[in-house]
Each structure stands twice: as C-alpha cells, then as structure tokens.
Design a protein around this ligand. Sequence first.
Ligand code: TXA
Ligand code: MG
Length: 336
Amino acid sequence: MLTQLLACTDANIKKAADCIRNGGLVAFPTETVYGLGANGLDKTAVASIFSAKQRPADNPLILHVNSIFKAEELCDFTTNAKTLAKLYWPGPLTMLLNKKPIVPDITTAKLSTVAVRMPRHPVALKLIEYSACPIAAPSANRSGKPSPTTAKHVLDDLNGRVNYILDGGSSEVGLESTVIDMTLDVPCIYRPGAVTPEEISMVLGECEVSAGVMRDIPQNAHAPSPGMRHRHYAPKAPMCLIKGKPEAIASYIRDNFQSGDCILAMEENLCLYEGLPVESMGKNAQEAAHRLFYLLRQMDERNVKRIFTETLPENGLGLAVMNRLARAASFHIVSL
Ligand code: TXA
Ligand code: MG
C-alpha cells in the first residue's frame, strides 16, 4: 500500500474521509496524539487497524465522535457521562460506557463496554463529520512504541500500512487522553491524561484512580483495562526513574552513569548534570507531557544504552507524565 502524506486542507480532509467511508485507514492529528482511524462500525476496516499496528486483538479501541448525540447512539450515556462531556468535550477525555449492539465486538475486543471520546482538534472533528461514522482510532504507533506526536512519527512506524496521513504538526498535549470507567458506582481512571482526577472529583464529587496506574500489572493477570498491562510504552534502552530531592537524584545518577547512557531532567535541574548527556523535559508537567514521547523516540534513534530519568510530583498532569514514564521504565523506580 502506498502511504500519502497530506496537508490538512479541506479538500484533503474530504479525500481522507472518502477513504474511511470506503474501508481504508487514515492517520490523523488529535490534540493528544495522532490516531490511526477507520470506520468503527465496519468489522473489516477495524480488523485492518489491528493488523496495521500489530495490536493484540484483546486491546479494544476508542470510538471518536463529534457530538454527545453521536455518542448516545453507541452506548448508554449516563447522567454523569453527560455532565463530564458537557464540561470536557471536545477534549482529552475518553469514557467507558455500556455499549449498544450497533458497535461490533472486534472494536471493543468483545467487552460489554465501549470507549468514546470527542477530540478537540479541528482536523479530527472535520474528518469525523465528513466520514459520517464514528472513527475507531488507537494511537498511530506500532504496538509497543511510544504514541506518535508528529506525522513523521506515524510515517516512521506505519509507512506502507496506512492510506493517508493528515499532517497537523506536533500534538498539543502530547500524551493520550484520560480513560475513565463510567459504568462503576464510583468512576475510576484507568489511564491518567490531561483531564485530571482532581478536576473530575470536583465535578462528580468522587473519582478513583486505579492502583494499576502507578503499579505493575503482570502480563497474565487481569487488568481492568487491557492497555494497563506493562511494557506498553517502551523505549529500546532500559530506563530507570529516580525519586528524591534533585541534588540526591543527580548524585545517584553521577555515581551510576556509564558511557552511552542518557539523562532526562527538568529544565531547572539541568545545571546539576554539567558534562553529561542530558535532555530537558521542560519547565513543568505540561511541557514534559508535550515532549515525552518525542524524547523517548529520540533515545531509540540515538541507540542510547540506558536512560536515567528524574520524576515529577504525581498530581494534576504530573500523574499522567509519571504513568507514561513508569511504564516506559517497566516500573523500575529507585526511591532515594
Ligand atoms: O488520546 C487518545 O486516547 C488517542 C487518540 C488517538 O484519541 N487514542 C489512544 O488509543 O490512545 P489507544 O487505543 O492507544 O488507547 C486506548 C486505551 C487502551 O489502553 C485500551 O486498552 C483502553 O483505552 N480501552 C479502550 N476501550 C476499552 C474498554 N472498553 N474497556 C477498558 N479499556 C478500554
Ligand atoms: Mg496506544
């Protein structure tokens, strides 16, 4: 298959939408990361998503819609879901709700719930509108690689496996959406993202964060969300997170550093690593979120031996950054 990179003109979005209507595959920008989209109600098209990204069939997909009304056609949209949708849609919030029969089993990996989200990127919204169907889209990476935050990342992973890539520049948030189970008495976050547990608790009065967010779930154990099983976001090099005061972290890294290793540190701490190869994660959680997957891919390209990484406070967006870092490190965390 020939993969064509398209600028996000209206004509090109229409061309991509035609492709989706005809059962094809289109990678498109969202505000979180790039998605690999197909008609979410077409079993054959959905099957081609799984094969293009070599995704295990037991990992369900998110259906992307462009209104609450469209989401209601796919699932039992609860009162709490409506409350959150009114506040956070369009945006980086994916809700798990009981599915309606119209959603094929392959999309939800045979689960009785379906993941729905209305993205906020104007290109994604237009693509959904012109396609006139819910778009099933996982992140547009090969399974096991960090999610793509530029069209080039998508091309690197999926060249020859997708019909079109709509190039919308670099993703605003840089981390995937918050995934929250709305079918439970107390809604529970399975994947933290830019809509934070603190924000959701404020709105609904309560919200849990699944224990698996910051702890390892063994490959064969039951995970409330299949994507929580570990080594999902893994760079090639082994990675180690270090918790503690910046000076203590820096001296630990200096003691253990070997040639070929690389360090990821917050901007304000770069001065502690003079003379060593260090990359900045930025000034705050927002910048770290925006850069993280780009940095992890860079580590792969540079074939670094090992990666030492500073940690962030696990609140707000910091929890989402720490969740991705912990997974990338296969939960190898040193507390000083
Ligand atoms: O930001 C995002 O969510 C991006 C953009 C493209 O929208 N999409 C994305 O999709 O990250 P994906 O497939 O890479 O991640 C979806 C996550 C997976 O961890 C999957 O296991 C979980 O959501 N998930 C989907 N449907 C589920 C369900 N019915 N029950 C439990 N977990 C579900
Ligand atoms: Mg993914």
